[in-house]
Design a protein around this ligand. Structure first.
Ligand SMILES: Nc1ncnc2c1ncn2[C@@H]1O[C@H](COP(=O)(O)OP(=O)(O)OP(=O)(O)O)[C@@H](O)[C@H]1O
Ligand SMILES: [Mg+2]
Length: 143
């Protein structure tokens, strides 16, 4: 099982890491992001967007939107489940259809999925270490 941990010392480093990570992704890959408010999930996704040829300025944490779709060299499905109140909400956006489609999916607040967590995904855990430092831990779940 691939397992990796990095210490990022700035938002730029987190983005650069996301960009490198994106280069290793394939269609249908799912990244589940875990971590507190402000731990850098969206910042990492901006880097992933860059790596996928998507304009990173389009990537933010939408307040009332569960899913944003960004078209680039590869489609990026950006889920932010912070405000997901019950899991019926997830079926109403056709969660599965996107998840197993042609692009790459990244899911902020993936812990909200409970039993709907996919069988296989890349788990990304982000933690505050100091105001400018984040620990990013990656592991592969399933298979
Ligand atoms: N090393 C770092 N990596 C990432 N972000 C950092 C780092 N150091 C400081 N920051 C700051 O922390 C904040 C991270 O915000 P971001 O929106 O990426 O977090 P988030 O985990 O998506 O939060 P939310 O749960 O609210 O969606 C930004 O303001 C960013 O500038
Ligand atoms: Mg966010």
């Amino acid at each position: 099982m691939r397992k990796e941990q990095i210490l990022s010392k700035s938002p730029e480093e987190t983005k650069a890491f996301g960009k490198r990570l994106a280069k290793t992704l394939h269609k249908g890959d799912i990244l589940c992001l875990f971590g507190d408010l402000g731990s850098g999930k969206t910042t990492l996704i901006k880097g992933i967007a860059q790596g996928l040829g998507v304009n990173e300025t389009k990537v933010n944490s939408p307040t009332f939107v569960l899913l944003n779709i960004y078209e680039g060299a590869r489609t990026l499905y950006h889920f932010d489940l912070y405000r997901l109140e019950d899991l019926k909400g997830i079926s109403s956006i056709g969660y599965d259809e996107f998840l197993y489609g042609n692009g790459v999916s990244v899911i902020e607040w993936a812990d909200r999925l409970g039993e709907f967590l996919p069988d296989e995904y890349l788990k990304i855990e982000m933690k505050h270490k100091s105001s400018e430092e984040r620990i990013i831990k990656i592991s592969k779940k399933g298979n």
